[in-house]
Write a protein that binds this ligand. Structure first.
Ligand SMILES: [Zn+2]
Length: 838
C-alpha cells in the first residue's frame, strides 16, 4: 500500500514537472496560434513561474473596426475578475477599522429591504439576494441606465424576495458585488473608480488598470472593444444599459498589470497576510458544510493551493489562475464569443492535454438551412459536433475542406414518427434512416415506448449512427400498472395516479411528451378523461402530445374532436400522427379536415400533423374493425367495401400460414375460393389463434392496406403545419427506407406540390419545432452538425413492396453530430448518435 502511494506520488510529480517545463510553452503557443488563425481566440496571455514571466503574447486586434493590434498592455473588461479587486478594497477598509466583515449591510445601506445580511455574505455569494438582471429587466424604463445607487432604490422599492435563507446556500450573484461597491463608496466618500486608483493601482504601479462604465465621459485609449462573431463578420458586443454599475465587472486591466496584481498577493503591499488569508478559504454555510469560494476567488477542487476566477460578459472571456504551491500564474484576457482561450489556459496550467479540434469547412453547396428561406451559396464551418459559422467563409490554413460540388446541403432530416429504434441494437448503422437522409428518429410512437432509461442504456451499450429521441407511450405505462389483460377498460382513479407517476418520471428523464395509439386495443378502451389527465401532467413538464388518433376512418370526426379537446384542456401542443383519410367514402375531403384544424389553431390550440408520402398504410388487420367486432361478417363486408382495397392490400406478415405472405387479400380469397370479407374474418381469426399458441411472438400479422387517395395525401403533405415522417421500421412497408426521398422525388420534383426549400423545412426545422427538439433542424452557428448532402438531379426512393430495403439514390453524404456516417450508399461504420432529451 505504502509502495503504491509512493509510486503514484512519483508519477504525479513527473507530470507536474513536465507541465512546468518551458517546452510546454511552445505547445501553448501553437495551440493559441491555431485558435487565433481559426477565429477562436482574440486576446492576450501571460504565463509566469516563480516570479518570472515565461511566456506572454498578444493575438489579434483591439477593435475590429480599426484593426489596431492588441498588446500585452491592452486593457480588457475583466468582467467578473473585477470581483477580487472589490474584495481587496473591503479588506483594506477592514484593516483601517472602518468596517467589520460581519457587519450587517444595513449599517451602511439602511434602505435595503433585507435583515441580517453581512458584508461577508455578499463577498461569498451566500446572501440569497436575487440577481439584478431579472429585477432590472422587469422594472426598468427603456431610457434607464442602471447605476449602483439606482439599483438600491429599485430593491428598496420593489423588495424582491430572497432566493434562499441567508447563509444556507452558495449561489453566484452579481448583485452582491454592486452592494459592496456602494458600501465602499459610502464609507470612503469617493467613487469606486477613485478609491481603486488611490488605494490599489497607484500603490502597485498599475498603468493599464482602471474602472470604466458607460456613464463616464471619456473612453480610455487602450480600451479593448468586445465583439461577437456572425459567420466571418464581427459585430460590436460591448457595454450595455447594465453597464452604469460597477463591482460585478467593469474594471479594465491588462495581462501585465494583472500579473503585478497577482504577485502582490504574495506580499503585504496592500493588506496583511493574515487579513488576505481568508480570501482563499472556502466559505462555511450555516449547516457546517463549505463551498469552494473565498473572497472573489474560486478554490480549485482537489488541487490544493490553486485558485482561479473567470470573467465573462458581453464580448469578453477571461481567466486568472494562480498555483501558489509552485508559484505559477496564468492570465488570459480575450474578446469575442469563444471560450477557447479560457479552456486552453486552464488546461495548460493544470497540465492537461491542449487538443484543439480541427475545423471542417463545407464549401461549394446550395445551402438550404431548414428555415424555408431561399437557398443561398454559403459555406458551413463545423468544429467537433457543432456548426460554428455559416456565411461567406474563407478557408483557414490547414483546414479540412469538403467540396459539395454545387449540391444541396440541408440539415439532417428529423423523422417525427419512427418505429426504427427497436432495430438499432441489431442494425446500429441505421441504413433505413441514413439512406433517406434521416439523422434523428423520434421513437415511442402510437402509445408504445421503452423507458428513457433503457433507451439511454441501450445506446450506451450499442452506439448508433443516428440520434434517438422518444415520447412516453400511453399504452406501455398503462400496461405496467394495469396488466396486459386489463387494458380493455379505462384506468381506475388509483391506477391513473400510478400511471401519472410513471409518466412524470419518464418526462423528467428527457421524454418529449406523451404518445397515444387510441385506435389500438391497448389504448382504445381508455376514455378522454384518462388521456386529458395524463396530458395535463405532460403539460406541467413542458412536454407535448402526439397521437395515432382513435379513428382514421368511420369515427374520425370524433377522434379529431378529441385531440383538439386535449390541446384545449391540457394546454399543450398536440400533433396528429400520420394524418390520413382512410375511409373511401370520405376520399377527397382533406380540405374539410384541414379547415377544422385551422379553426382550432385560430382558437389558440397548437395542433399540427405529420404525414408519410404513401396511399397505403402498414398495420394490423384489426384496425379494419373500428368496433372491435372481429367475428362479424357485416363488419368485415363493410371493411372490404369502405376501409381498404382488397385488390391493392398485401399481407406482409402472416405467421399462421406463411403461404399467404406477400399476397393481396383478394388473391388469398381467390385461392380460398371465398369472398374477400370471409377471407378477412379468416385472417383475423387464424392470427388470433396463432397468437394464443405463441404468446411470446410479436406482430404475427401485418397488412399493407391501400386505403387513401393520393390527392388527400398531397393536401396533407402540403399543409403548412405538416412535417414529414416515415412511420417506418427496418423493412416491411417501403416507407421505412424511402419516405423522405420519395417526398423529394415524387412530390417536389414530379408533382411540384411544394418547393425544395419548403420540403426541406418540413423534414427539419418544422419537425424539430413539432417535437420540441432543440438545436437541431437548422444550419446555423451553435446548432448540432447533423447534415445531409443531396443531389437534386438524382434523388429518388427505390424501396417498394417487393424490395422494401432498396436504398435511395441521391443522398450523397450524411453527417451526424459532425461525424460523416454515410457516403455513396454505404455506412461508414461510425456511431456518433446521441439520445436527445427534451
Ligand atoms: Zn400509428
Amino acid at each position: 500500500m505504502l509502495k503504491l502511494s509512493i509510486f503514484l506520488f512519483a508519477a504525479l510529480s513527473f507530470v507536474m514537472a513536465q507541465a512546468q517545463s518551458t517546452g510546454d510553452v511552445k505547445k501553448l503557443d501553437s495551440a493559441l496560434t491555431l485558435l487565433y488563425k481559426t477565429n477562436r481566440f482574440n486576446g492576450t496571455i501571460l504565463y509566469a513561474e516563480k516570479g518570472k514571466v515565461v511566456y506572454k503574447k498578444a493575438f489579434g486586434i483591439v477593435d475590429f473596426r480599426t484593426n489596431q493590434p492588441l498588446q500585452t498592455t491592452s486593457a480588457f473588461n475583466l468582467a467578473s475578475v473585477t470581483k477580487q479587486f472589490i474584495c481587496m478594497s473591503i479588506l483594506m477598509l477592514k484593516e483601517r477599522g472602518q468596517l467589520q466583515l460581519d457587519d450587517d449591510c444595513k449599517k451602511y445601506i439602511p434602505e435595503l429591504p433585507y435583515d441580517s445580511i453581512s458584508i461577508r455574505n455578499l463577498m461569498t455569494h451566500t446572501s440569497g439576494i436575487p440577481e439584478y438582471f431579472d429585477v432590472f429587466q422587469k422594472y426598468k424604463s427603456p431610457l434607464d441606465t442602471l447605476t449602483n445607487e439606482k439599483l438600491i432604490q429599485l430593491y428598496s422599492l420593489q423588495k424582491p424576495a430572497l432566493d434562499f435563507a441567508t447563509g444556507t446556500k452558495w449561489n453566484y450573484c452579481n448583485t452582491n458585488y454592486l452592494l459592496l461597491v456602494s458600501i465602499i463608496e459610502r464609507i470612503s466618500k469617493m467613487p469606486m473608480a477613485v478609491f481603486l486608483q488611490k488605494n490599489i493601482t497607484v500603490p502597485l504601479g498599475l498603468k493599464d488598470t482602471y474602472m470604466y462604465h458607460v456613464l463616464m465621459p471619456v473612453v480610455p485609449a487602450n480600451h479593448v472593444y468586445g465583439f461577437e462573431e456572425l459567420g466571418d463578420k464581427r459585430k460590436l458586443n460591448d457595454l450595455t444599459q447594465f453597464d452604469g454599475v460597477t463591482g460585478d465587472g467593469n474594471i479594465y486591466s491588462s495581462v501585465e498589470d494583472l500579473y503585478t496584481w497577482e504577485q502582490s498577493l504574495y506580499t503585504e503591499k496592500l493588506v496583511k497576510k493574515s487579513t488576505l488569508d481568508e480570501a482563499f478559504h472556502p466559505v462555511k454555510l450555516k449547516d457546517g458544510t463549505t463551498y469552494p469560494y473565498g473572497f472573489g476567488w474560486g478554490i480549485e477542487k482537489d488541487r490544493p493551493g490553486e485558485y482561479a476566477h473567470t470573467g465573462g460578459w458581453g464580448g469578453f472571456a477571461n481567466l486568472i489562475y494562480r498555483d501558489t504551491k509552485n508559484q505559477r500564474t496564468i492570465i488570459e484576457l480575450s474578446s469575442g464569443s469563444s471560450g477557447w482561450g479560457i479552456r486552453t489556459a486552464r488546461n495548460f496550467i493544470q497540465g492537461k492535454q491542449l487538443d484543439i479540434p480541427p475545423t471542417v469547412l463545407i464549401k461549394n453547396v446550395k445551402l438550404m438551412d431548414g428555415t424555408g428561406i431561399p437557398a443561398r451559396n454559403e459555406q458551413v464551418r463545423i468544429q467537433g459536433k457543432i456548426i460554428i459559422a455559416v456565411g461567406q467563409l474563407q478557408p483557414f490554413e490547414s483546414e479540412v475542406i469538403i467540396d459539395g460540388k454545387g449540391k444541396i446541403l440541408a440539415p439532417g432530416f428529423i423523422d417525427s414518427h419512427s418505429h426504427l429504434a427497436g432495430y438499432l441494437s441489431k442494425y446500429p448503422e441505421a441504413l433505413a434512416a441514413l439512406n433517406q437522409g434521416i439523422t434523428t428518429i423520434v421513437a415511442g410512437q402510437d402509445g408504445g415506448s421503452d423507458p428513457v432509461d433503457s433507451i439511454k442504456a441501450e445506446l450506451k451499450r450499442i452506439p448508433s449512427a443516428i440520434n434517438v429521441a422518444t415520447y412516453t407511450g400511453h399504452a406501455s405505462i398503462r400496461e405496467k400498472i394495469m396488466g396486459a389483460d386489463q387494458l380493455n377498460r379505462p384506468a381506475t382513479k388509483e391506477e391513473l395516479e400510478k400511471i401519472k407517476l410513471l409518466l412524470r418520471d419518464d418526462l423528467q428523464k428527457g421524454s418529449l411528451g406523451l404518445s397515444t395509439g387510441l385506435e389500438y386495443e391497448e389504448g382504445f378502451y381508455s376514455n378522454r378523461n384518462e388521456v386529458i389527465e395524463l396530458a395535463k401532467v405532460t403539460a406541467a413538464e413542458k412536454g407535448r402530445y402526439i397521437s395515432h388518433i382513435r379513428s382514421e376512418d368511420i369515427n374520425m370526426a370524433d377522434a379529431i374532436d378529441e385531440i383538439i379537446q386535449i390541446g384545449r384542456e391540457a394546454k399543450l401542443p398536440v400533433q396528429i400522427s400520420h394524418i390520413k383519410i382512410a375511409l373511401k367514402d370520405d376520399w377527397g375531403t382533406a380540405a374539410n379536415l384541414l379547415a377544422a384544424l385551422i379553426t382550432a389553431r385560430s382558437e389558440g390550440i397548437d395542433i399540427t400533423a405529420d404525414c408519410y408520402p404513401y396511399d397505403f398504410w402498414n398495420s394490423t388487420l384489426r384496425v379494419l374493425f373500428p368496433k372491435k367486432d372481429f367475428t362479424s361478417l357485416d363488419a368485415a363486408t363493410y371493411a372490404t367495401e369502405h376501409l381498404f382495397d382488397p385488390e391493392g392490400s398485401v399481407m406482409v406478415r402472416f405467421a399462421a400460414d406463411t403461404v399467404y405472405k406477400g399476397k393481396t387479400v383478394a388473391a388469398i380469397a381467390k385461392l380460398r375460393n371465398e369472398t374477400t370479407a370471409k377471407t378477412l374474418l379468416y385472417l383475423v381469426a387464424a392470427s388470433a389463434d396463432y397468437q394464443k399458441r405463441h404468446p411470446d411472438e410479436g406482430g404475427v400479422e401485418t397488412i399493407m392496406g391501400k386505403s387513401m387517395s393520393d390527392e388527400d395525401v398531397m393536401s396533407f403533405l402540403a399543409w403548412g403545419h405538416t412535417n414529414i415522417c416515415s412511420d417506418g421500421t427496418n423493412g416491411g412497408h417501403p416507407r421505412g427506407y424511402g419516405s423522405f426521398t420519395r417526398v423529394l422525388s415524387r412530390y417536389v420534383k414530379d408533382k411540384k406540390i411544394m418547393t425544395w426549400e419548403d420540403a426541406i423545412h418540413k423534414m427539419t426545422a418544422l419537425a424539430a419545432e413539432h417535437t420540441g427538439i432543440k438545436n437541431r433542424g437548422v444550419i446555423a452557428a451553435g446548432y448540432y452538425a447533423d447534415l445531409v448532402l443531396i443531389d437534386p438531379e438524382t434523388v429518388k426512393d427505390n424501396s417498394n413492396i417487393q424490395n422494401p430495403k432498396a436504398l435511395s439514390d441521391g443522398i450523397l453524404q450524411v453527417w451526424v453530430n459532425g461525424g460523416l456516417v454515410y457516403k455513396d450508399k454505404k455506412s461508414l461504420q461510425k456511431y456518433p448518435g446521441e439520445f436527445i432529451s427534451k
